[in-house]
Ligand binder design. Structure first.
Ligand code: TRP
Length: 328
């Protein structure tokens, strides 16, 4: 069975962008592949979170992953820092990565702009650690959103370089595109993200979501309910694309174009459809939150499996690059 590996950062609470961009695919792919899914707390350190907040976020994201339907019996779900081989391999790969390659990474530039007071080296070498995450499990495929494609290209480049210098060791990881590669935030201006405060939280109640939707932008040319709208330019309508069935969606589009359906009603329909997805996840999450020991056990078992596999790779890597005791 081919292998996949993917990671999600524990920064703040999960939102529907994470759900559509990653979690839905993880759930789908866990049946087709041998899957490794990681909560990448070492990556989150690049944002220098409060220690207590980081620990809390790791737990909440793990809960969200499991509540969304990732099955820890089938997939290996683990916290990145519980497997020290990630950092060890990252260093080896860092020494193979030209400065110029990292300099081209657009996410580094974006993040540097976003946190100008904390442009740390980890932010710069972030994609190297990500490559280590992937190749440590010799993964063939990596499900990620389109914003990660540049990092994946770099990972493939690094694999080719490693294999060229030290001999064939890793497969070149291919991207598995997510079905919703880009989910816009409620501001309609940038990708949904916690740091931009434009998210619909995965654990939000229906009321909380409706409150946020009320303030959200729709078709900017539709000022009054009697104005005819253009669904294609409406951010709310784009969400219907993910959560609303085809028949209802067609009715919404028609109602919007003819000004029969107002934006508030359109938002209410969306809130209802969102709740169909979020409701059961929120309930499963609440159950897990009441069972901290069970969560700990699941993550400990995942780390145990991940470490065993990671160590196999590192034995080979250490030997190839000339580290550790020589084999007799
Ligand atoms: N950088 C990814 C993101 O922000 C998260 C990530 C870390 C990841 N390590 C990974 C994704 C390995 C896929 C594989 O979304």
């Amino acid at each position: 069975m081919a292998r996949i590996m993917s990671g999600v950062q524990p920064t703040g609470n999960l939102h529907i962008g994470n759900y559509l961009g990653a979690l839905v695919n993880w759930v789908r792919l866990q049946d087709q592949y041998e899957a490794y899914f990681s909560i990448v707390d070492l990556h989150a350190l690049t944002g220098r979170p409060e220690p207590a907040a980081l620990r809390h976020a790791v737990r909440e994201v793990a809960i969200g992953v499991l509540a969304s339907g990732v099955d820890p019996e089938r997939a290996t779900v683990f916290v990145q820092s519980h497997v020290p081989q990630h950092t060890e391999l990252a260093w080896v790969l860092t020494c193979l990565t030209p400065l110029g390659d990292l300099n081209r990474m657009t996410q580094f530039k974006d993040k540097s702009q976003h946190q100008p007071d904390n442009i740390n080296t980890g932010l710069f070498t972030y994609p190297v650690l990500q490559t280590a995450d992937i190749v440590l499990y010799r993964a063939d495929r990596v499900p990620v959103g389109e914003d990660q494609e540049q990092h994946l290209e770099l990972a493939r480049e690094t694999v080719r370089r490693f294999n060229h210098v030290y001999g064939e060791t890793f497969p070149e990881p291919q991207v598995v595109k997510s079905s919703a590669p880009r989910v816009m935030g409620l501001d309609g201006e940038s990708k949904m993200s916690k740091s931009r405060n434009n998210e619909i939280g995965l654990f939000e109640t229906a009321d909380e979501t409706m409150l946020k939707l009320r303030g959200a932008k729709t078709d900017p040319a539709r000022l009054r309910k009697t104005d005819k709208g253009t669904p294609e330019v409406c951010n709310i309508y784009s969400y219907h694309g993910f959560f609303t069935g085809e028949v209802q969606r067609a009715a919404i589009a028609t109602g919007c174009r003819s000004a029969q359906l107002g934006c508030v009603d359109c938002k209410k329909l969306l809130a209802q459809n969102l709740e169909v997805v979020k409701g059961p996840i929120r309930e499963r999450a609440a159950v897990l939150r009441e069972q901290p020991r069970r969560l700990e056990e699941i993550l400990a078992a995942g780390a145990h499996r991940a470490r065993a596999e990671a160590e196999k790779t590192m034995v080979l890597v250490r030997e190839r690059v000339g580290l550790g005791a020589p084999r007799s």
